[in-house]
Design a protein around this ligand. Structure first.
Ligand code: SAH
Ligand code: SF4
Ligand code: F3S
Length: 447
């Protein structure tokens, strides 16, 4: 038996891909390892979104090279593979900078891993595959998906045609591709048979989903969600990440009508300034976003909103940044991610005049303080309420279990270990910075 260690960086799509790579290599005899030093093969599934994320890969590869040498001395060879978005963007540079790398495989080519592994083990040298499109990959991935717990990711759409001026995704993931409805349905059914109760539909631009329907028509994300909601045993559906431009009326209506669709929406706005939004090529104004938020909230009043923000985009003035803060105040987010703009090779914004790092840091700090206050307020408002929790895994303390509320907050509950895999009502008894503490409620209290 050989062992495989996969280290994942970046977004949920990479988490999904890492699991698929492990599924692909299982028939070759690779079982999961907990640590790199016990692995016969290590895959770094990388992210290219910001400079820091990409640079981490090279320092990690330095460590792996030493590990590989130690193992070689002990007569136990080790393969090193780089997958994901850095592999796609910098494939040749990776092998040049770190010759210990045996395999480089892009996000749309990893279905070829088994054959690539056979090739490197037969002959020495490197193997590099970074082809598009995604279609061939999904057709050749194993149908049997491994699961880890009752909440699973399921990729339904990949790639992006939006070309925001700051972003590498259209280059690393390639053009938009939507999987056929029937393929997704059968994956969902298999997941549910294995105990999955919640599925998060993934796509770089998931609400741009336009997949081949079983009736020969092109289906929207809303149609797909409606269909999946009919799956017995599937209790919760989520989707991420959405672009404001693709938030169609039928998807908004789905939030009002489909009970299994959770009241949570990650809808990145990036900036609250129309000038900056235009320079970013986001193709919507702050006002469009605010009206959209109003409409989804009308459809689903308890909807929690989340977003991504970039501060310090080239040309962003204090005034522009103020506009971002006022948009945040107006929306009132339950949760959000914010980043300093990081110039990425090959993207239009990298060639624009850059702001000093101090300006970016100062703005990021102000924005994060505001977002964190909003998150606190959102969490505090849950105190003493009874919320349904899907228990996902054991907590840190014996007997404890951790699950998620409908609004994606982690909830820790003592004495709940036997409910893992189930949805139970919980009373929220305390609020911690990034999670909630809940108490199981006695049956009598419910009535
Ligand atoms: N498809 C998603 C985003 C994927 S990238 C969308 O359209 O919203 C996730 C987040 O990373 C983005 O929303 C953006 O906020 C951030 N990001 C992307 N490129 C960046 C860059 N060059 N510098 C800093 N943050 C960036
Ligand atoms: Fe990147 Fe924009 Fe596409 Fe999102 S919509 S993946 S930010 S190019
Ligand atoms: Fe990173 Fe690629 Fe995801 S760049 S955020 S791993 S799509």
């Amino acid at each position: 038996m050989k062992k495989l260690f996969v280290k994942t960086y970046g977004c949920q799509m990479n988490v999904y891909d890492s699991a698929r790579m492990a599924d692909l290599l299982a028939p070759l005899g690779y079982a999961p390892a907990d640590r790199p030093d016990e692995a016969d093969m290590v895959i770094l599934n990388t992210c290219h979104i910001r400079e820091k994320a990409a640079e981490k890969v090279y320092s990690e590869l330095g460590k792996l090279k030493r590990l590989k040498e130690e193992r070689r001395e002990q007569g136990r060879p080790m393969l090193i593979a780089v997958a994901g978005c850095v592999a796609q963007a910098e494939g040749k540079e990776i092998v040049a900078r770190q010759p210990a790398v045996d395999l480089v495989v892009g996000p749309q080519s990893y279905h070829r891993l088994p054959e690539m592994v056979a090739r490197v083990t037969r002959a020495s040298g490197h193997v590099l595959e970074t082809d598009f499109p995604a279609e061939d990959k999904f057709d050749s991935l194993p149908q049997d998906l491994s699961v880890s717990g009752p909440a699973a990711f399921l990729t339904v759409q990949e790639g992006c045609d939006k070309f925001c001026a700051f972003c590498v995704v259209p280059y690393t993931r390639g053009p938009e591709y939507s999987r056929p409805v029937a393929q997704i349905e059968s994956d969902a059914r298999r997941l549910v048979e294995k105990g999955v109760r919640e599925i998060t539909l993934l796509g770089q631009n998931v609400n741009a989903y336009r997949g081949a329907g079983p009736d020969g028509e092109t289906w929207s994300l809303a149609q797909l969600i409606r269909k999946l909601a009919e799956t017995d045993g599937l209790e919760r559906i989520r989707y991420t990440t959405s672009h404001p431009r693709d938030m169609s009326d039928d998807l908004i209506l789905a939030h009002a009508e489909i009970e299994k669709l959770m009241p949570y929406l990650h809808l990145p706005v990036q900036s609250g300034s129309d000038r900056v939004l235009a320079a970013m090529n986001r193709r919507h104004r702050a006002e469009d976003y605010l009206r959209l938020v109003e409409r989804v909230r009308k459809a689903r009043p308890d909807l929690a909103l989340s977003s991504d923000f970039i501060v310090g985009f080239p040309g962003e003035t204090d005034r522009d940044f103020e506009d971002t803060l006022s948009l945040v105040r107006e929306v009132n987010y339950a949760q959000a991610f914010s980043f300093k703009y990081s110039p990425r090779p090959g993207t239009p914004a990298a060639a624009m005049k850059q702001l000093p790092d101090e300006v970016k840091s100062a703005r990021l700090q102000i924005l994060q303080a505001l977002l964190s206050d909003q998150q606190d307020a959102f969490n505090r408002a849950c105190e003493n309420r009874i919320v349904p929790v899907l228990f996902e895994k054991p907590g840190k303390k014996p007997g404890q279990a951790v699950g998620r509320s409908p609004w994606l907050q982690p909830v820790h509950v003592d004495g709940a270990a036997s409910f893992i895999g189930e949805i139970r009502d919980v009373r929220i008894a305390g609020v911690l910075p990034n999670s909630l503490r809940g108490k199981m409620i006695e049956k009598a209290q419910v009535h």
